[in-house]
Design a protein around this ligand. Sequence first.
Ligand code: 5GP
Ligand code: ZN
Length: 123
Amino acid sequence: MDNCIFCKIAAGEIPSKKLYEDEDVVAFHDINPAAPVHFLIVPRQHVATLSDCGPEQAALLGKMALLAPKLAAEQGCGFQVDTDGNRSGGFKTLFNTGPDGGQEVYHLHMHVIGGPHPWRVRF
Ligand code: 5GP
Ligand code: ZN
């Protein structure tokens, strides 16, 4: 898609701080992080929003969801449960969709947001 910033980042035409890439997706640090850890998981395929996804994107969406905890752990905000059952760490995953969803870049992306207090917000 012409003039799509995330297509250009995925293609390496615009620089980004990538933390993961494969044939289907790229993950890179958000340029304006909302928390100590804030990265985006982005499909190489141009799909504008979550509302534009259909069954043909099911595997891709599953892959993005499964990558989130793996990459979050690598970035130091993985979710953990110790032997006493105490939970620690963790992260948020977020798809903003449309103007009322706060979407600014119309190429599907999953935010992964984490890190220690005090950044934590309800959404
Ligand atoms: P949205 O509001 O569309 O869900 O989020 C878009 C996100 O992309 C924002 O958090 C914004 O900071 C990030 N972003 C926008 N342009 C760039 C860019 O050129 N590089 C990187 N790394 N992040 C970007
Ligand atoms: Zn795109």
